[in-house]
Write a protein that binds this ligand. Structure first.
Ligand SMILES: [Zn+2]
Length: 177
């Protein structure tokens, strides 16, 4: 079931959480790279694969989904969305960070990676369609490559997500590949 509900839907008896923990993340809130409106942000991919997770947006907050069979929100019929998290180097700020995108953007990144034959070192330009912040994030290959030896490793998405969601180290991120 992937029926999507408005972000504002709330579930009685479910306390708010997760989002408040962002500032407690070891890497800090700055680890997330955002693409401003009317701006092209060129990022170099640093890992071969993104991390994928499913989550519910309830009351404006993100709740990771542990899987439909053991999730109270799924049982309550709250829709969920899939997100992909990439470890990247922002070529403008020269900072490493994480970029989170929707599946349609991830498909465009995948196409660029397939065309290039690899991911790490590939430069991708990101911009919002229509130049507005809530426009779909578009990813296009810059057909530029940075040599592997010149690249940092960047933050680990799973580590950051666990900290952000306050999961113990032993717990795995709900779903990823
Ligand atoms: Zn769920």
């Amino acid at each position: 079931m992937t029926n999507e509900h408005p972000h504002t839907q709330t579930v009685p008896g479910v306390a708010a959480g997760y989002g408040d923990l962002l500032s407690e993340c070891a890497e800090g809130p700055g680890v997330w790279i955002h693409v401003p409106a009317r701006t092209i942000v060129v990022c170099v991919l640093l890992r071969d694969q993104p991390v994928r997770y499913d989550a519910h947006w309830v009351g404006g907050r993100v709740r990771p989904c542990p899987g439909a069979t053991q999730c109270a929100l799924c049982t309550s019929g709250v829709g969920k969305k899939t997100r992909y998290v990439y470890t990247v180097l922002d070529t403008t700020t020269k900072q490493t960070g994480l970029l989170e995108v929707a599946p349609s953007t991830a498909l465009e990144i995948r196409a660029a990676v397939d065309e290039a034959g690899f991911a790490r070192g590939l430069a991708i330009a990101f911009s919002h369609e229509g130049g507005v912040k809530n426009g779909r994030l578009r990813a296009t290959s810059r057909h530029q490559i940075l040599r592997d030896c010149e690249l940092p490793d960047g933050p680990d998405p799973i580590h950051v997500l666990k900290r952000q969601w306050s999961l113990p180290d032993a717990e795995r991120v709900p779903s990823y590949r």
